[in-house]
Ligand binder design. Structure first.
Ligand code: GLU
Length: 450
């Protein structure tokens, strides 16, 4: 714990007692509270209104059973959740994650982060997250569909276009959202914007698929140009992951003149000195739903190495962790620094451990936290809600231009907040403070129920 304020220390102690053993949630809360010493000093009114105590407690946590029938006719049971974290500035909004690692701690950390991220987008969206401990790996199309339908049968009681709007996250893309949307429609007999990340034919937004990865690169581009008068041009980039975020971060970084030399999945990573051929990755990951080691078999001169953590030993100018939480530790951060990395921007949620962040900051690496630099996905989700409400759809260019503008604004708001609160250049503090202030003002203004 490194807070000066006695008040923050006591808030954090209560959080630790209430959420004992929830390591991811405690990590996310500690990282945010560490930014709040200057806020506590400058804004006694927010302390007085108990905003921070309220913000570290989710508004609602729903847990439910998801039973479904597998291809052999056997009944299977998973656990599903929706965390409606904070609704101060808009309807609850956040993705659904299907992965065996999903539990209450992981979803609470994600819902907490989402609250700040959604605030940073400037759009009216509260924070939420959901998911299940279901492993989509190795499941047939029919099994995925039946799982998603059963999950939605329960979830549908708690969501709504003006109440809570889920979307995708790890393990959930347009296919799964389609099954969920279909089931919601069957149950409620209404066609609304209750979910985002829908297929285009079902009311989805152009550029939603690309949004998180493109947004990440727009953010980095602005950060590089504003702080260092530099750009992606001629830079070597390493991107962990090979899901939706990583693929479109690669696409945009390459369009902006960089060379992406490494990508990974949970088994290992590929290195391609000539620059990764993204068409091959898209074929393997989006069409075949296969493993990244296939790439090395198809592209001469590329190398596959078992173990995903090794990707951080690849020399690069820009590192974009786009896989999952805590995928980049202190030792790996030091490796990146020793190899001359200049920029680390998070595309995943909380991919860097606290000691990794400390190492980047101590070495003056341009570092941006996920809640700022990966906000492009939920931003375009917000734009999808907007288009659904209007019963209208914008062109790809329109959405992309709006996304770019949002990412540029997020960078400047975080940069300005850091400066105003006495920590110029620290985007972790800037993003936490800027994201917090909007939510806090709304909470203060809305009062407390007696
Ligand atoms: N799961 C994404 C995130 O972490 C997107 C959420 C959304 O579009 O609602 O921000």
């Amino acid at each position: 714990m490194s807070f000066q304020s006695q008040y923050l220390r006591s808030v954090y102690q209560t959080v630790c007692q209430r959420n004992a053993g929830e390591s991811e949630f405690l990590q996310a809360v500690e990282e945010v509270l560490e930014s709040f010493d200057p806020v506590v000093e400058k804004r006694p009114d927010l302390v007085e209104a108990g905003i921070i105590e309220r913000l570290v407690e989710p508004e609602r946590l729903i847990q439910f059973r998801v039973s479904w029938v597998d291809d052999k006719g056997k009944v299977r049971v998973n656990r599903g959740w929706r965390i409606q974290y904070n609704s101060a500035i808009g309807p609850y909004k956040g993705g659904i994650r299907l992965h065996p690692s999903v539990n209450v701690s992981v979803l609470k950390f994600l819902g907490f982060e989402q609250t700040f991220k959604n605030s940073l987008t400037g759009l009216p969206m509260g924070g939420a997250k959901g998911g299940a401990d279901f492993d989509p790996k190795g499941k047939s199309e029919g099994e995925i569909m039946r799982f998603c339908q059963s999950f939605t049968t329960e979830l549908s009681k708690h969501i709504g276009a003006d109440t809570d709007v889920p979307a995708g996250d790890i393990g959930v893309g347009a296919r799964e959202i389609g099954y969920m949307f279909g089931q919601y429609k069957r149950l409620n007999n209404e066609f609304t914007g209750v979910l985002t990340g829908k297929s285009l034919q079902s009311g989805g937004s152009l550029a939603r698929k690309e949004a998180t990865g493109y947004g990440l690169c727009y953010f980095v581009q602005e950060m590089l140009s504003y702080i260092k008068k530099d750009s992606f041009e001629g830079k070597t980039v390493v991107i962990s992951g090979s899901g939706n975020v990583a693929i479109y971060a690669n696409e945009k970084a390459t369009q902006l003149g960089a060379k992406v030399v490494a990508m990974s999945d949970s088994n290992g990573y590929i290195y391609d000195e000539k620059g990764i051929d993204l068409a091959v990755i898209k074929q393997i990951k989006e069409v075949e739903r296969g493993r990244i080691k296939e790439y090395a078999k198809r592209v001469p001169g590329s190398v596959y190495t078992e173990g995903c953590g090794g990707i951080w030993s690849v020399k690069c100018d820009i590192a974009l962790p786009c896989a999952t939480q805590n995928e980049l530790n202190g030792e790996q951060a030091q490796q990146l620094v020793n190899n001359g990395v200049a920029v680390v921007a998070e595309g995943a949620n909380m991919p860097s451990t606290p000691d990794a962040v400390e190492i980047f900051q101590a070495n003056n690496i341009l570092f941006s936290p996920g809640k700022a630099s990966n906000a492009g996905g939920v931003s375009v989700s917000g734009l999808e809600m907007c288009q659904n409400s209007m019963r209208y759809s914008w062109s790809f260019e329109d959405v992309d231009a709006k996304l770019k503008n949002i990412m540029i604004n997020i960078f400047h708001n975080a940069y300005r907040a850091a400066e105003e609160y006495g920590h110029k250049g620290n985007l972790v503090m800037g993003a936490n403070i800027a994201g917090f202030l909007k939510v806090a003002e709304a909470m203060k203004w809305q009062g407390v129920a007696y």
